[in-house]
Design a protein around this ligand. Structure first.
Ligand SMILES: [Zn+2]
Length: 129
């Protein structure tokens, strides 16, 4: 496991996440991820730490309102959030990770547009446990 750091554009939101140096991320085609180009690196809650920016985070919810789409109220960037597929963990936007610690990034497709088909168990699993 490697300690990756990252954050939003203006630098107020900063976090660290423990994940392999070679990460597997998913590109989701759902209504919100498709528009933002979000790349998901999903981790259990104990591998994510918010270092700063709690006071500028704003939350947006829709549909089932399970996911908490957190974004910086200053620069508008969603650098991490609580996903519907893993409501007890976090999804970090791999595009918001700092350079230097990710050796390799494999992108796979996720069919969030047909959420119930993608997650027949009603939720997703964690990798690298
Ligand atoms: Zn910001």
């Amino acid at each position: 496991m490697v300690r990756h750091t990252g954050g939003c554009h203006c630098g107020r939101v900063r976090f660290e996440v423990l994940a392999p140096a070679k990460i597997r991320v998913s590109e989701c085609n759902c209504s919100i991820c498709g528009k933002s180009g979000y790349l998901h690196l999903v981790v259990p809650a104990d591998r994510f730490t918010l270092l700063s920016g709690c006071e500028v985070l704003t939350s947006y919810s829709f549909n089932t309102r399970t996911a908490q789409h957190l974004f910086c109220s200053v620069c508008g960037i969603k650098s991490f959030y609580v996903p519907r597929s893993h409501p007890d963990g976090f999804s970090v936007n791999a595009r918001c990770l700092d350079e230097g610690t990710v050796e390799e990034m494999a992108v796979e497709q996720s069919n969030g547009r047909e959420w119930e088909k993608q997650y027949p168990a009603g939720r997703g699993d964690y990798r690298d446990r």
